[in-house]
Design a protein around this ligand. Structure first.
Ligand code: GDP
Length: 445
């Protein structure tokens, strides 16, 4: 889904930070470089990326981070704040005119989702007790009027359209007449759908600018397809120069877009994103919240927990609890994960262990220990419900599939983890019954 890869990349970057106490300038630079690459790969415009990373870097090297109790977490917070800022800061709602009708004009490339959005907005406004009128001023595309009629009907909204067969008419005039009609018929909101071309062209811009001049809209919403990628910035700028707009609608955010458009447009044009369109159905429309979008991109909940966990020290109390659980055979996936995390912390003890007699085998096991394994294990276990973590017998095929998706991994990965856990659990039982001592959880890795 949108932001999936970007999210994963940023999470990964912060994962690498999380075990650090103080951050050196090299740590900060490494992190900033990773963020920069992740954003560029997500098609975020270069100017935006440069600006963003410069700000993050400056703040990450400042006292704000140095003095923080938890520097890594502070860096994540900074990235979050700066992300919110490039997404527009505060949420901006649709603005209504003091004297109705409120006139909303839509502009954007053909196929960007204007007509669909017109229907979605009309439906939402109807629900809120408004009486929107849709105006079909897209006389370019042969079927556009017809398509608007269909969505208007689905939305239960009124429509003003030129007579059939009269499709070669003047869109500026249709828009103006439509607004007049709305005044007479006491519609409190007017939504004007305009023509789009496949690419930006002068004639299209002039037509849109003329419609704007003739109808004096309260809002001009620029609809942009989130999948457009690197073209987002040029398209948005062309529309800003040609028509200018008061707000942005991001459409197709449900798709596989890499999210670059979302992250570039608000910041490059200085215009707020007001709506996110997330599907083909008329109910798939959400007000845009910069802070929520940033959290979604950063998977913030997850990252912060990860960092907190990493900072808990290796704890004897924990070890004792595990031993107790073992004795009562309640060893769960959560315990398994905890053990793996402890193994990671023990990694730094490797050298010392190697010098102690009789520790050769343990050192070998530590050498074989793959840090990334802990991350993968963590992701999988985190995708499970508490009940599943306590009882792996619940894990049927569909649950495993859901968990794999949630963790961004394959069912095979999930199967392997469960298998390893079950082997470890079996071994633990042996240990608990006084069998051959071994390092818990390591045997099967
Ligand atoms: P217009 O030419 O700008 O009026 O674009 P349309 O409204 O006709 O949309 C073009 C295509 O994109 C249509 O097939 C729509 O069903 C589809 N579409 C519009 N908005 C969305 C959206 O938010 N998500 C998805 N998945 N498809 C959308």
């Amino acid at each position: 889904a949108t932001f999936g890869t970007l999210s994963d990349r940023l999470t990964e970057t912060f994962r690498n930070l999380r075990t650090k106490g103080k951050l050196t300038p090299a740590d900060v630079d490494g992190t900033v470089r990773e963020i920069r690459r992740a954003l560029l790969d997500a098609d975020v415009a270069l100017t935006v990326v440069k600006d963003f990373t410069a700000k993050v870097r400056e703040r990450a090297l400042s006292d704000e981070v140095n003095r923080a109790l938890n520097p890594a977490q502070q860096v994540v917070q900074i990235v979050n704040e700066e992300l919110i800022a490039i997404l527009g800061g505060e949420q901006r709602r649709l603005q209504f005119a003091k004297n109705p009708p409120t006139i909303i004009m839509l502009a954007g490339l053909q196929g960007s989702g204007k007509t669909t959005f017109a229907g979605k907005l009309a439906k939402q406004l109807e629900k809120d007790g408004h009486t929107p009128l849709l105006i079909a001023a897209d006389l370019q595309r042969p079927n556009a009027v017809n398509q608007l009629q269909v969505v208007a009907e689905q939305a239960g909204a009124a429509i003003y359209a030129p007579e059939p067969g009269n499709g070669v008419g003047d869109p500026v005039r249709v828009a103006r007449d439509g607004v007049e009609h709305a005044r007479r018929a006491l519609h409190d909101i007017v939504i004007i759908d305009t023509a789009g071309r496949l690419g930006v062209d002068a004639e299209l811009m002039k037509q849109a600018a003329d419609i704007r001049a003739a109808t004096q809209p309260d809002e001009v919403l620029f609809v942009i397809d989130a999948m457009i990628g690197q073209d987002a910035v040029n398209t948005a700028k062309a529309f800003q120069e040609g028509v200018d707009f008061t707000g942005v609608v991001l459409s197709k955010l449900d798709g596989d877009a890499r999210g670059g458009a979302a992250l570039s447009v608000a910041s490059v044009t200085g215009r707020p994103i007001i709506f996110a369109s997330t599907g083909e159905g008329l109910d798939d429309l959400e007000p845009f919240h910069p802070d929520r979008m940033a959290s979604r991109i950063l998977d913030l909940g997850d990252i912060l927990t990860l960092i907190e966990q990493a900072q808990e020290a290796f704890d004897e109390e924990e070890a004792r609890k595990v031993a107790e659980k073992l004795a009562t055979e309640q060893f769960t996936l959560e315990d398994f994960l905890e053990q793996m995390q402890q193994m990671r912390k023990m990694g730094s003890m490797k050298k010392m262990l190697g010098m102690l007699p009789g520790m050769g085998q343990m050192k070998q096991q530590l050498d074989d220990f793959d840090e990334r394994e802990v991350d993968r294990t963590e992701a999988i276990i985190r995708s499970m419900t508490p009940a599943e973590r306590r009882n792996t017998k619940l894990l049927n095929g569909s649950r495993r599939l859901r968990i794999a998706r949630g963790a961004g991994m394959t069912v095979t990965d999930v199967n392997q983890l469960v298998q390893r856990f079950e082997q470890a659990a079996k071994m633990m039982k042996t240990v608990a019954r006084g069998g051959v001592p071994n390092i818990p959880g390591m045997g099967a890795m």
